[in-house]
Design a protein around this ligand. Structure first.
Ligand code: G3P
Ligand code: CA
Length: 226
C-alpha cells in the first residue's frame, strides 16, 4: 500500500500549513501529515513554507526575523493563524504520523525538544515522526540530538550516486521530486533499504507514473486522489 502524505495538510483544499488544512488532510484519511517549519526570532517553531511571509500571508518579511507575536498577528488564509508545531501536534493528536520538514536554520534543536516532550508527556511514539529537510546538515544536527527519530533526505534532482548521499545522514527515506524521479533512483534507494517518498504529486497521470516506479509514499495537495 502506498503511504498517503497530506502535503502542507491538504493544500489543494485549504490554506497550506494551517489547522484547517491539517484537519482536512485527516478527514481525507492520510497516513502522514507533512508540514514545513521555521524558527522565528523569539524561538518558537512555526508552520510556514517560505522564508518570507509574503506569499502565504497578509504580512511580509523574513520569518526568522519576526517575533512570534508578529507572526501570530497575520492571516494565513481564511482567517487562520500560522500555527506552532505544538498546535499542529495537538490538532493531529496521533490520528496520523507527522513529517516535519525543517526549512530554516537553527530549528533542529527546538524541533527535537518538542518531539521529545510529546513522546515523554503526551503519549506519542518516536516512530510517529519523520523529520526531513533539503538541508542535510540540519538532519545531521537533528539526529545527533534525537537519534530515535527517523530522518528523510529531501532532494531536488538526481544526485551523482543516486541515494548514496542520503546514507551520510543515515536516512530512513529519500524524498525526490516528481519532476526528476526515475527508476534508477528508486531502485538504488531500495537497494540501500531506504523508502522513497515522492513530492508533490497532484495530477492523476503523474500519480500513476510514480506508482509504477514502485515508490513507497506520495506527497499530495489532494491526498484523496492517491
Ligand atoms: O518534503 C517534500 C516537499 O514538501 C518538499 O517541497 O517545497 O513543498 O516543501 P516543498
Ligand atoms: Ca514541504
Amino acid at each position: 500500500m502506498i503511504i498517503k502524505i497530506g502535503h502542507r495538510g491538504a493544500r489543494g483544499y485549504e490554506p497550506e500549513n494551517t489547522i484547517l488544512s491539517f484537519e482536512k488532510a485527516l478527514e481525507l484519511g492520510v497516513d502522514w501529515v507533512e508540514l514545513d517549519v521555521y524558527r522565528c526570532k523569539t524561538g518558537e517553531i512555526v508552520a510556514v513554507h517560505d522564508r518570507k511571509l509574503d506569499r502565504s500571508t497578509n504580512g511580509s518579511g523574513v520569518v526568522a526575523d519576526k517575533s512570534f507575536a508578529e507572526v501570530r498577528a497575520l492571516d494565513a488564509g481564511k482567517g487562520q493563524h500560522i500555527p506552532t508545531l505544538e498546535e499542529v501536534l495537538v490538532c493531529v493528536d496521533k490520528r496520523a504520523k507527522v513529517n516535519i520538514e525543517i526549512k530554516g536554520e537553527d530549528a533542529a534543536k527546538p524541533v527535537a525538544e518538542i518531539i521529545e516532550r510529546y513522546v515523554q508527556e503526551n503519549g506519542w511514539q518516536h516512530e510517529d515522526f519523520l523529520v526531513s529537510s533539503f538541508n542535510h546538515y540540519e538532519l545531521l544536527a537533528f539526529s545527533r540530538i534525537c537519534p530515535q527519530v527517523k530522518v528523510g533526505a529531501v532532494i531536488a534532482g538526481i544526485p551523482i550516486g543516486y541515494a548514496e548521499g542520503a546514507t551520510k545522514v543515515n536516512a530512513y527515506s529519500v524524498h525526490p521530486s516528481k519532476e526528476f524521479i526515475n527508476q534508477a533512483l528508486v531502485d538504488d534507494a531500495h537497494n540501500r533499504d531506504m523508502k522513497v517518498f515522492v513530492y508533490t504529486v497532484n495530477d492523476p497521470d503523474d500519480i500513476e507514473r510514480v506508482k509504477a516506479l514502485g515508490v513507497d509514499g506520495i506527497f499530495s495537495d489532494f491526498p484523496d486522489r492517491l
